[in-house]
Design a protein around this ligand. Structure first.
Ligand code: SF4
Length: 352
């Protein structure tokens, strides 16, 4: 059983983060925020994939001016990602964002920071301090002796600025593209503060390499109880980030959503084409809102055993598939009918 680190609870719009709240899955739109239509369309796709919080970049005044339109037409909380410019933060808050990602140490004068903090307090929205190993303060790594120690020091400086202004509606991210550095930074900071962590591996890579890196990095952090919300960063469609995020949480038993597919690695004993069948089942199931465990097994060796643990299972036989529901054999079906028969059962379970 994973023991989660005790963190204080904050809220991004309707989504609670920290405390005993479910670990939420976020993504970031990669459209041009100034193109509100494209951004809204992408956020709708992310919502359908289960994304619970979305971040949008606000690089200039035109983008900040679109926040209101975007907010009006999406249902999940929106976080504005801002670098340096306090006016963009103020404008985004006015537009109704549910959270800010801005580093107070980079805003400039104390007066500017005070303005942003006052507006965030007034609207009750949290601020994420986002420390990235790639953009640490000059000389900090040399001073602290290592990248993780420098990341923690940087986070503490930003936290200090907000706390001095009486602001504690904070979450923190410590991202590096190097997994061991990311792990170390979180372990160090967890000893010092109880603010919730937004976890992720930055610039993780493409769909394949980024999924591997994120799964290892986030998997270790989560298994150590570190992490209250996550974003998987991929050079891919952001919808994939959401799928991978849920996949990681499901693998650790921290969330249940959609299909949990068990499929055998295949060998010469297989009597059905497990690889294409598993892919078809996964695709078909991505549109089913129910949470189901499905097993696709190539032959009878491990099939019935796995079937006992699954809501539905299909095991290969000579020219046929054998369909099981909760370990009970339902019927034998022709190879070409396997998917349609499986979908019939899925629909009946989803309705019940
Ligand atoms: S379930 Fe059967 S086909 Fe699949 S890997 Fe095991 S022995 Fe091979």
């Amino acid at each position: 059983m994973i023991q989660r680190r005790k963190t204080r609870r904050i809220k991004v719009g309707s989504v609670a983060i920290g405390g005993d709240a479910l670990i939420s899955v976020q993504s970031m739109a990669n459209t041009d925020t100034r193109d509100a239509e494209a951004t809204i369309k992408q956020i709708h796709r992310l919502e359908s994939a289960g994304c619970e919080i979305v971040r949008i970049a606000v690089p200039d005044a035109e983008a900040a001016g679109k926040v209101k339109d975007i907010k009006a037409r999406v249902s999940i909380p929106v976080i504005a990602d801002i670098h340096f410019d306090h006016r963009l933060a103020l404008e985004s808050i006015k537009g109704g964002v549910d959270g800010l990602r801005i580093n107070p140490g980079n805003i400039g004068s104390r007066q500017k920071v005070e303005m942003v903090v006052a507006a965030a307090k007034d609207r009750g929205i949290p601020i994420r301090i986002g420390v990235n190993a790639g953009s640490l303060e000059k000389g900090l790594e040399q001073k602290m002796g290592s990248v993780p120690a420098a990341m923690v020091e940087s986070a503490k400086r930003h936290i200090g600025i907000l706390e001095d202004l009486g602001f504690s509606d904070i979450k923190i991210s410590l991202k590096a593209s190097d997994v061991p550095e990311t792990l170390e930074a979180h372990r160090l900071l967890a000893k010092e503060v109880d603010y919730p962590f937004h976890i992720g591996i930055s610039e993780a890579g493409t769909l394949e390499s980024g999924t591997i890196k994120s799964s290892v990095g986030l998997g270790i952090l989560l298994s150590e109880g570190l992490g209250d919300t996550l974003r998987v960063s991929l050079s891919a469609d952001p919808v994939e980030e959401v799928r991978v995020g849920f996949g990681i949480l499901k693998a650790l038993g921290l969330r249940q959503r959609g299909i949990d597919l068990i499929s055998c690695p295949t060998c010469s004993r297989q009597e059905i084409d497990v690889i294409s069948l598993a892919r078809e089942v996964e695709q078909a199931m991505s549109k089913v809102p129910a949470t189901l465990h499905i097993a696709v097994m190539g032959c009878a060796v491990n099939g019935p055993g796995e079937a006992r643990k699954a809501d539905l299972a299909i095991c290969g036989g000579k020219g046929i598939g054998v369909l099981y529901r909760k370990g009970e054999m339902l019927r034998k079906v022709k190879k070409e009918d396997i998917i349609s028969e499986l979908m019939k059962e899925i629909t009946s379970i989803a309705k019940s």
